[in-house]
Design a protein around this ligand. Sequence first.
Ligand code: 1GP
Length: 251
Amino acid sequence: YQNILKSVLEKKKLLAVLIDPDKFPVERTDSFLLKVNASLATHIFVGGSTVDDFVTDILVSEIKKHSNLPVVLFPGDVTQITNKADALLFLSLISGRNPEYLIGKHVQAVSKLKGSNLEVVPTGYLLIEGGKVTAVERVTGEKPLSRTNVQDIVDTACAGHLLGMKLIYLEAGSGAKAPLTQRIISEVKKAVQLPIIVGGGIRSKAQLDAVYEAGADLAVIGTAFEQDELFFEDLKAPSSAEQLLKEDNND
Ligand code: 1GP
């Protein structure tokens, strides 16, 4: 969390590649992680809405063999908690009213977290209309917030802040038709003095830049990489020679 805060202060944008253990064949880890490591990615998020027991544990061990990026759990359920990751987004679905996803799963998680080294980061999670019914909606039974009622989104994020959440995650849902609008992101950013995570439906460099420009501190991309690894080419980290040239030009 301190690293995220530092990046926000330095105005450095962060990018998480989301790997869903339910969809990702573990044999692909090696080649996939080569591309992740050469890209602008700063974090690896691991999680999904429906994942079989122990699958996350095996996948995180494998990821750790092939990348030094921090691995952050983004769990759909308690079964996805593994001590092998670095941190856990302790997500509370504050856009919904289902007690299970506001506090119930968290109580269940406590026995799993005892003695664990995971850094637990309380995160206010807001599901917002993404143009289709998403897995989060199916699993939690919760309707997303309306895209057009921006004040409701802002008030929900502010309430999360007042409750002590350390991150706000604005979620359009995996595979959303379009990313969240710049207006939603910028209004939340203005109102809440916390790092803002934005995910769902980001499929191009232009969309990623728009999300950052609006105020997202950390963007999450899953589906676009799952469907086409060539997308990593658009998000390649500059080589050290290119980086030096850029810095010289800025001087
Ligand atoms: C989903 O925000 C993430 O929880 C990523 O969404 O799969 O659409 O990139 P995509």
